[in-house]
Design a protein around this ligand. Structure first.
Ligand SMILES: NC(=O)c1ccc[n+]([C@@H]2O[C@H](COP(=O)([O-])OP(=O)(O)OC[C@H]3O[C@@H](n4cnc5c(N)ncnc54)[C@H](OP(=O)(O)O)[C@@H]3O)[C@@H](O)[C@H]2O)c1
Length: 332
């Protein structure tokens, strides 16, 4: 059936300005790291994308290596885009990245101009796009001069292959240097994409303040810690969950008794607030003005409904914040 987007799609979502740029992002964005590669039925991926857009989620985040196999998330997304979303291209913010291993040899990894420019060309071909809205350097490269990597980002913008550029996984000090170079080149950095959740709080030690001071937006990836900050694992490991999928990023042995006990305590607080733990975990990340958007993953459309449902209950009392901190800071 031809896809027709929900006419009410812009009513429930909040759109937040990305730093000091002209661009607004939805408070909730969808990442295609899992559930969009060739290992997932195309129809499942299609339903997720349609449902997300129907809920006002206008930002889809990809990378050259998303799959499995690497590249297949972009190819599958390209097909769904062509079949369903072409009339809506200008309502979408599509991002991609390069920085992790993508192809054999010395030119398919890290941060050289050679790699970044070639990789973006490949991504555009896979997705059938003329340009991406945001192109990221995916991780800092300790060996390539930062100037070279930032010049490559500036170059793809000048080529018209990306509208904006971003950094991902850069620690605060490296980010500060990169932001200064991009500013000098005349292509200010739009956004930083760090990992941030109740279980991973390093960005609170300088990065978020730096970004705010410099007018750069931020999008927090894995805000549910891959599903750990939900009620998914409270009674064992469900067969259809990420932890049961053989993922190297969420292994069953990470779900220790101590961790699940913390999750249970957090879940109790969420229930008292009248929401699910997944919703409280997202609201908690968005409690900072400094965070533009939370970048979630989903394997089921109901998970997208949960995420958007969070927007109705975003405030935390001082007491709730302290209780959450006490749980998070208790001994492991
Ligand atoms: N820049 C980087 O280096 C980097 C690295 C990693 C990720 N990312 C980006 O961040 C995106 C999100 O990462 P992520 O998938 O780890 O995010 P996440 O939101 O922390 O985890 C998503 C997973 O949690 C589970 N889940 C979601 N909603 C749920 C709910 N309401 N109830 C129960 N379980 C729920 C689902 O797993 P199940 O399969 O168990 O249902 C879902 O796939 C990626 O797609 C990618 O775009 C970027």
């Amino acid at each position: 059936m031809v896809y027709q987007a929900n006419p009410q799609r812009y009513e429930a979502m909040e759109y937040r300005r990305c730093g000091k740029s002209g661009l607004k992002l939805p408070a909730i964005s969808l990442g295609l790291w899992h559930n969009f590669g060739d290992a997932t039925l195309l129809e499942t991926s299609r339903q997720l994308l349609r449902h997300a857009f129907d809920l006002g989620i206008t930002h889809f985040d990809l990378a050259n290596n998303y799959g499995p196999p690497p590249g297949s998330a972009e190819s599958n997304f390209g097909r769904i885009l062509r079949e369903d979303f072409l009339p809506y291209r200008d309502e979408l913010i599509i991002s991609s990245k390069a920085g992790y291993t993508m192809w054999d040899g010395p030119y398919g990894d890290w941060g050289s101009r050679k790699y970044l420019v070639a990789s973006l060309d490949q991504s555009l071909k896979r997705m059938g796009l003329e340009y991406v809205d945001i192109f990221y350097h995916h991780r800092p490269d300790p060996e390539t001069p930062l100037e070279e990597t930032m010049r490559a980002l500036d170059h793809v913008v000048r080529q018209g292959k990306a509208l904006y550029v971003g950094l991902s996984n850069y620690p605060a000090e490296r980010a500060r240097e990169a932001l200064a170079i991009l500013q000098d080149l005349g292509t200010p950095c739009l956004i930083h994409q760090p990992k941030y959740s109740m279980f991973e709080r390093w960005v609170e030690e300088g990065l978020l303040d730096l970004l705010q001071a410099q007018g750069v937006g931020s999008i927090a990836f894995s805000p549910l810690a891959g599903g750990q900050l939900t009620d998914r694992y409270l009674n064992g490991i469900p067969a259809d969950s990420r932890a049961a999928s053989g993922s190297q990023f969420l292994k069953p042995d990470q779900l220790t008794d101590v961790k699940i006990d913390k999750v249970r305590q957090l879940n109790d607080i969420a229930l008292k607030r009248g929401q699910k733990l997944s919703q409280m975990a997202l609201a908690w990340v968005l409690r900072h003005e400094k965070v533009t958007s939370v970048l979630i993953g989903a394997s089921k459309t109901a998970q997208l409904d949960d995420a958007v449902g969070m927007l109705k209950n975003r405030r935390f009392t001082q007491q709730e914040c302290e209780a959450i901190d006490a749980i998070l800071n208790s001994a492991n």
